[in-house]
Design a protein around this ligand. Structure first.
Ligand code: ADP
Ligand code: MG
Length: 252
C-alpha cells in the first residue's frame, strides 16, 4: 500500500442471495483526486459506494480508506458496531435523495453529527455549521427548514452536513440525478470547489461533461466488474474499450 492512495479496494465481492453484484473489484483513488464512477443501471455502482463506507458489508476482499483497513477475507474479521462507526466516519456520503432531517432547521441538520457523534458543544457545532453553510452558499438559510428549500439547496445542505464530520473522502451517489436541470449546476459548482481544495472524491454520475472536466479519472463498471479505469478526458472523449464506447454512445 502506497501513501498516495486514499481509497483502495482489493478483490471485493458482494452477493445478494444468489446474485453476485460485485464480482472482484480492485480499484484505487489517489489522495486529492476526483474519480467518476460510471456504468449502466444495475452494474453495482451504488453497492460499490455503499461498501466503501460499509453501509453494505462485503463478503470478501479488503477496503482501505486512509490508513484504516477492513479485511473481509476471513469471517472472523467481521467488524463490530464500534469499528463500523469509526470506519464510516472517515467517509462522507451524499445520496440522490437528500435525506435531511425534515423536522430540523438547516443549521441543526449540519450540527447533528458533530454534536452527537464527535461530542462537540452546541456552540462549536453551530460555528462549524455556519462556516460550512457559508462555503456552500447557504449562510442565509441556516434557520430555514428543508421543506422551504429547492432541491439544489437541499443537496448543498447535505454536502455541508457530510463535510461537518471532516471526512477524509467524499462519496457522491448520483447527487444531481433527482434535481431539475436548472439546479444541477449549483451542486456541481460545490463539488468543483471541493475538488479545487484537494478533497478526495468518488462520484457516481451521469454528467459526462462534468466528469470529463472535473474528474481526474473515470472508472467504467458493468455487470459487477470494473471494465477499465483511466484518464477522465481520454476515456470520455476517446474510450478504447468497446463496452465503454458503447455505454458512452448513449450520452451523445
Ligand atoms: P447501480 O447503482 O449501478 O444501478 P446497484 O448497486 O444499485 O447498481 O445494484 C446492482 C444490483 O444489485 C442490482 O441488480 C440490484 O437489484 C441489486 N441489489 C442492490 N442492492 C440490493 C439489496 N439490498 N438486496 C438485493 N439486491 C440488491
Ligand atoms: Mg445506483
Amino acid at each position: 500500500m502506497s501513501d498516495d492512495k486514499m481509497i483502495e479496494l482489493v478483490g471485493v465481492k458482494k452477493s445478494f442471495g444468489p446474485v453476485e453484484v460485485l464480482k472482484d473489484i480492485t480499484l484505487s483513488v489517489g489522495k486529492g483526486s476526483v474519480v467518476a464512477l460510471i456504468g449502466p443501471s444495475g452494474s453495482g455502482k451504488s453497492t460499490l459506494l455503499r461498501s466503501i463506507n460499509l453501509l453494505t458489508v462485503p463478503d470478501k476482499g479488503y477496503i482501505r480508506v486512509g490508513n484504516h483497513t477492513m479485511d473481509f477475507s476471513r469471517s472472523t474479521a467481521l467488524p463490530r458496531d464500534k469499528e463500523l462507526a469509526a470506519f464510516r466516519a472517515r467517509t462522507g456520503m451524499v445520496f440522490q435523495s437528500f435525506n435531511l432531517f425534515p423536522h430540523m432547521s438547516v443549521e441543526e441538520n449540519v450540527m447533528e453529527g458533530p454534536a452527537t457523534v464527535l461530542g462537540m458543544t452546541k456552540a462549536e457545532a453551530r460555528e462549524r455549521a455556519h462556516a460550512l453553510l457559508e462555503k456552500v452558499g447557504l449562510a442565509d438559510k441556516a434557520k430555514s427548514k428543508p421543506e422551504q428549500l429547492s432541491g439544489g439547496q437541499k443537496q448543498r445542505v447535505a454536502i455541508a452536513r457530510a463535510l461537518a464530520m471532516q471526512p477524509e473522502v467524499m462519496l457522491f451517489d448520483e447527487a444531481t440525478s433527482a434535481l431539475d436541470p436548472e439546479l444541477v449546476g449549483e451542486v456541481l459548482a460545490v463539488v468543483r470547489s471541493l475538488a479545487a481544495e484537494g478533497m478526495t472524491m468518488l462520484l457516481v454520475t451521469h454528467e459526462m461533461a462534468f466528469a470529463r472536466d472535473v474528474a481526474d479519472q473515470v472508472i467504467f463498471m458493468r455487470d459487477g466488474c470494473v471494465v477499465e479505469q483511466g484518464d477522465a478526458r481520454q476515456m470520455i472523449e476517446n474510450p478504447s474499450h468497446p463496452a465503454t464506447r458503447s455505454f458512452l454512445s448513449h450520452f451523445h
